[in-house]
Design a protein around this ligand. Structure first.
Ligand SMILES: *[C@@H]1O[C@H](CO)[C@@H](O)[C@H](O)[C@H]1NC(C)=O
Ligand SMILES: *[C@@H]1O[C@H](CO)[C@@H](O)[C@H](O)[C@H]1NC(C)=O
Ligand SMILES: *[C@@H]1O[C@H](CO)[C@@H](O)[C@H](O)[C@H]1NC(C)=O
Ligand SMILES: *[C@@H]1O[C@H](CO)[C@@H](O)[C@H](O)[C@H]1NC(C)=O
Ligand SMILES: *[C@@H]1O[C@H](CO)[C@@H](O)[C@H](O)[C@H]1NC(C)=O
Ligand SMILES: *[C@@H]1O[C@H](CO)[C@@H](O)[C@H](O)[C@H]1NC(C)=O
Length: 315
């Protein structure tokens, strides 16, 4: 029991250490242009549809059958290669997500159904790499709030098969209702989730979903763990259709005569413009993921444990 209490206390620590800051002593931005991996098209990803893939996910057991969700955000291979590495250390993808306000699932528990996607990279249909949730300002436990109250979240897939190895990250963003309402998607919830991600990633600016078009661009910076990320977004049409046809939850998402999705995809390019002055390995590979123990607990137990944390943090 004593060792379990110790775990809980250690879990309080990330709350104190996540405050992110811009460090003016950090390295200056790299002066040379980022080079795309050999063969990757200039837009920084391969078109999934040109090799048997699709820009809609595959959702199990929809009614009618065969509905999917839009891959409405792409972190392109024009981003810094460090950002495209799926890790929390060294300014990797998970730290970028945290800078935007998103973290891994509640206590490492996977909830919600798996979706498939075929990115046309030769890997065929794969389940999402992970589900990432809005963290309500708390990278350690905020995603538990998201799981219960609903909110913004996304699944992502990496285009890394040997027929189209761009390394780009394809995201299916949607804003879900509370768990009590079966995690349906809110009205206009695909477009809004995309735009709120973009708004947060570019420093908290308002992105007006009623006026975005294939000429919209947004830029801004966010930081986490001493890494500052400059995000440049370009909205494009043509990858998805402006439609309700074939879209999961189309009845509740497309309201007031509007289509469930507007057909726009946010192409997201991320550059690291500042790094911690000294990358101390011992703290750099500190992870805010909960200890492995919790990933094997049944959700109910994990939740009970969660409710106990705030009390322990007060001790
Ligand atoms: C995706 O996950 C489901 C479980 O949610 C599993 O049954 C299925 O085999 C997985 N599909 C692939 C392609 O890995
Ligand atoms: C940031 O994300 C939250 C949660 O999705 C959303 O409520 C908020 O409006 C977003 N902020 C901006 C500026 O888009
Ligand atoms: C968003 O744009 C629409 C259409 O131009 C406008 O009516 C609305 O007031 C805008 N919303 C905000 C919050 O600025
Ligand atoms: C932008 O969208 C308009 C219709 O809304 C379309 O006519 C035009 O071809 C699109 N441009 C590009 C570059 O996709
Ligand atoms: C989508 O189509 C509707 C008409 O069905 C149109 O009003 C709207 O401007 C289109 N949106 C975009 C982003 O092209
Ligand atoms: C951090 O990672 C390095 C190797 O990458 C390892 O030598 C070191 O022990 C790790 N530190 C902690 C605290 O895990």
């Amino acid at each position: 029991m004593a060792s379990i209490s110790l775990f809980f206390l250690l879990l309080c620590v990330p709350n104190l250490s996540v405050a992110s800051s811009y460090d003016p002593r950090g390295h200056p931005p790299s002066p040379h242009r980022h080079l795309l991996p050999r063969g990757v098209p200039p837009q920084g990803f391969y078109l999934p549809t040109s090799n048997g893939g699709a820009m809609l996910t595959i959702v199990p057991d929809t009614y009618p059958a065969g509905l999917g969700e839009p891959l409405n955000g792409i972190i392109t291979a024009n981003s810094d290669s460090d950002v495209l590495v799926d890790q929390e250390i060294n300014g990797g993808l998970r730290n970028y997500f945290q800078a935007v306000g998103f973290s891994s699932e509640c206590l490492g528990q996977h909830s919600g159904s798996d979706q498939g996607a075929n990115l046309g990279d030769g890997n065929g249909v794969k389940n999402e790499t992970a589900v990432i949730r809005w963290d309500y300002g708390d990278p350690a436990f905020g995603t538990c709030t998201e799981t219960i109250q609903g909110g913004n979240h996304f699944r992502y897939w990496v285009q890394n098969g040997n027929q189209a190895n761009s390394g780009a990250i394809f995201m299916g963003l949607s804003y879900e209702l509370p768990i009590a309402l079966q995690h349906d998607i809110i009205p206009n919830g695909y477009n809004l989730a995309r735009d709120w991600f973009v708004g947060n990633a570019t420093g908290g600016q308002f992105v007006n979903t009623s006026t975005v078009s294939n000429t919209s661009t947004f830029s801004g910076s966010v930081s986490s763990q001493g890494y500052t990320y400059q995000t440049d977004v370009q909205y494009v049409s043509g990858l998805l259709q402006n439609t309700s046809n074939g879209i999961n939850h189309y009845l509740s998402v497309g309201v007031d005569g509007k289509n469930a999705i507007d057909g726009l995809v946010a192409l997201i390019q991320v550059k690291i413009t500042a790094k911690p002055a000294t990358t101390t390995k011992s703290s750099a590979n500190h992870s805010s993921l909960p200890p492995r123990l919790f990933r094997h607990l049944p959700p109910v137990l994990a939740l009970a444990a969660l409710l106990t944390f705030p009390l322990l943090c007060l001790l």
